[in-house]
Each structure stands twice: as structure tokens, then as C-alpha cells.
Design a protein around this ligand. Structure first.
Ligand code: GTP
Ligand code: MG
Length: 245
């Protein structure tokens, strides 16, 4: 049927509450459209509201005003588990648990066969490091995924997301240093993963930002600019000043 993964924010506001009191708007007047398959980069200073915006999309929090739709449906009318199954998250602190590597990847889709788990790991560029470890896919990771490197965790998170096959992907790009070889593997795995899916990337790498279909520039909870890299540079606004330091 039709391509999926359209996301529309219409005049969305959000405030955190502390001791039952709202603490002022964290996000104000957020409106944008992510077309199916587009890559949307979220940029802006620390505290601008990038993570909060993503948490509204997954209904971890609810907007105080405005609506968010996915494929034309208000997300408040979509069951949480159904909404979550349309999304996959590759975060800096990917939530690995105590268990085998195989089960950690399978968490993306619990009914996946061993062959499907390994296929996803191959597409994510994770297979080669897994089979080189003692135990391979049956190696047991410690609590919090202890026993593997930061870069390897990301490769496992990518494999898990490929297995989940979501229409919407949320990616929080690593800021910590990852060795060049692993970084290339991650980028290749991500390229495969992001193809044909709507991707929201909290972006730190300039390359990712430049290649995005749309950049959302957040500042103090407001969406102050949106457009492609070239469009935003031409405006000589906040993005231009970020980009030129
Ligand atoms: P970085 O990840 O540092 O780049 O920032 P961000 O753009 O992701 O900002 P984030 O959405 O995390 O925060 C936006 C604003 O909300 C900031 O002023 C935060 O201090 C505030 N904030 C974030 N989480 C909470 C929370 O759980 N409670 C409260 N009261 N405020 C929060
Ligand atoms: Mg954040």
C-alpha cells in the first residue's frame, strides 16, 4: 500500500511539571511536516528541546497544546504499543540488557528466527565483530550491556532496529569518540537502516546535517528555522551563525 511514516506537528506546546506545577514552556509553537522517507535533522544548543520533541513523538510525554499525527492519525488515538512498534530508537545509551547478544538483537522483534537475527546483524555490520567474540551470538552481556565497546553497542542497536523494521526511526548521534573503522561501519549500517524510513536524527556530525532533507533548528524551545542546509545558509540566520561558528 502507500508509503508510511508521515509525521506532522501542528502548533505543539509542552511544559514539564515540577511538584504539580508547570515550569514554563519547554516547547512552543512547534509546527513541521516530515514526509515519508525523509531524514529530519534536529539541531540547536543544549537545552533547546531536541530530546523533549522526540519524547512527544513517542508519547513518553503529551503536548499541553496542539496535535501530532502519524500517517494522518492523531497519535492520541493510536494505542501506545502500536505506536511504539512503528518506531525504533538508536540512542547514545542504547538499552542493552543482561542476556545473550542474540536476545538483545531479537528484542527488536521477539518472534524473529535465529536466521533473521543474523541477517539483521549482517546488514548492520555487526556480524563480523560478534562472531569474533568467544561465544559469538550466545555471548552473555552483563547488565547494561557490559563487556562490549560503545561503538559495538551502537552496531547492536542498529541490528535491533533493522529487525524491528519500523516506518519511523529516531537516532541520537554519538558525541563520544568512536574509532574510525567502527564509525565507518556504523555509518554504513545506518544508511541501510534509514533507507525508506522517516528518520529523526539529533545530529552532531556536520555531514549528517548537510545530507538531511530538512533541518529543524531549535532554540529555547522554539523552532526558529527549518529547511535544507543550502536554504538555511542562504537565510544568514541562526543556522548560518551555528555553521560558521
Ligand atoms: P541537549 O541534549 O543537551 O543537547 O539538549 P536538548 O535540546 O535535548 O534539550 P532537552 O529537550 O533535554 O531539554 C529542554 C529543556 O527542558 C531544558 O531547559 C531542560 O532543562 C528541560 N528539561 C529536560 N528534561 C526535563 C525534566 O525531566 N524535567 C524538567 N523539569 N525539565 C526538563
Ligand atoms: Mg538531548
Amino acid at each position: 500500500s502507500s508509503v508510511r511514516g508521515e509525521v506532522v506537528f501542528s502548533d505543539v506546546y509542552f511544559s514539564y511539571e515540577e511538584n504539580g506545577n508547570e515550569v514554563g514552556d519547554t516547547l512552543e509553537e512547534i509546527s513541521f511536516t516530515a514526509n515519508p522517507g525523509e531524514t529530519i535533522a534536529l539541531v540547536g544548543p543544549t537545552g533547546a528541546g531536541k530530546t523533549t520533541l522526540i519524547q512527544l513523538l513517542s508519547r513518553f510525554y503529551e503536548p499541553s497544546r496542539g496535535t501530532i499525527t502519524v500517517d494522518g492519525r492523531d497519535i492520541r488515538t493510536i494505542r501506545r504499543d502500536s505506536l511504539r512498534s512503528q518506531m525504533a530508537f538508536v540512542l547514545q545509551e542504547s538499552f542493552l540488557f543482561q542476556g545473550t547478544i542474540r536476545d538483545n538483537i531479537r528484542f527488536g522483534r521477539l518472534d524473529a528466527t535465529d536466521a533473521e537475527v543474523e541477517e539483521a546483524a549482517k546488514l548492520a555490520n555487526a556480524h563480523s565483530f560478534i562472531v569474533r567474540m568467544p561465544g559469538g551470538y550466545d555471548k552473555v552481556l552483563g547488565a547494561d550491556g557490559g563487556g562490549i565497546s560503545q561503538g559495538q553497542r551502537q552496531l547492536l542497536a542498529i541490528a535491533r532496529a533493522i529487525l524491528a523494521d519500523p516506518s519511523i526511526l529516531v537516532l541520537d548521534e554519538a558525541t563520544s569518540s568512536i574509532d574510525t573503522v567502527t564509525e565507518i561501519k556504523i555509518q554504513e549500517g545506518l544508511q541501510w537502516l534509514m533507507q525508506g524510513r522517516t528518520s529523526f536524527v539529533i545530529a552532531h556530525r556536520l555531514n549528517t546535517i548537510r545530507q538531511a532533507d530538512k533541518i529543524l533548528v531549535l532554540k529555547e524551545g522554539r523552532l526558529i528555522e527549518q529547511g535544507s542546509h543550502e536554504e538555511l545558509l542562504r537565510r544568514h540566520g541562526f543556522y548560518h551563525s551555528l555553521y560558521h561558528g
